[in-house]
Design a protein around this ligand. Structure first.
Ligand SMILES: Cc1cc2nc3c(=O)[nH]c(=O)nc-3n(C[C@H](O)[C@H](O)[C@H](O)COP(=O)(O)O)c2cc1C
Length: 144
């Protein structure tokens, strides 16, 4: 399937995870494009996409990272025909842990999308990528 990963990052962790996801999904037989909100703009072409992953980190007491916050006010596609899943990054030392995932799930639902599975929440910099891989395998199983 044709999959687009839309992401934003401030210090690189979400970009790293997006790249890891891309490699894993390619290994599972998909075609995968990365779309950086900061560098690739606010109008990703999703017309040819079967599935979309969207992810961002949490900053400022539980807010979505700034560029992604702007992005979701401008990019308002009809997601009812797309398979969608969300991932969020955060750190559990903060009281509002990983609320970026919750905020992105709310955005997906507002665009008439239904996340295929519960959002992946990543705590800190993941040395162990097993949870990411397992989540992608679950996502992959739900694509067919
Ligand atoms: C100033 C600052 C504020 C943060 N606020 C939160 C927060 O409110 N909740 C949370 O879960 N993580 C918070 N984090 C942790 C980041 O979301 C986490 O480090 C994430 O992996 C960063 O992703 P990035 O490298 O893609 O920018 C904060 C980090 C910094 C430096």
């Amino acid at each position: 399937m044709n999959i687009k990963i839309i992401y934003e990052t401030q210090t690189g962790t979400t970009e790293y995870i997006s790249q890891v996801m891309r490699e894993k999904l390619i290994a599972l037989g998909h075609q995968v494009d990365l779309h950086s909100v900061r560098y690739d703009g606010h109008s990703p072409d999703i017309s040819q996409c079967d599935a979309i992953l969207i992810g961002a980190p949490t900053y400022e007491d539980g807010k979505l990272e700034t560029a992604m916050r702007v992005f979701i006010t401008r990019f308002t596609p009809d997601l009812s025909k797309h398979k969608v899943a969300v991932f969020g990054l955060g750190n559990s030392t903060y009281p509002q842990f990983c609320t970026s995932a919750t905020l992105l799930e709310e955005w997906v639902k507002k665009q008439s999308g239904v996340p295929l599975l519960p959002a992946l929440r990543i705590d800190g910099f993941p040395d162990d990528l097993t949870p990411v891989e397992r989540w992608l395998e679950e996502f992959n199983a739900k694509l067919s």
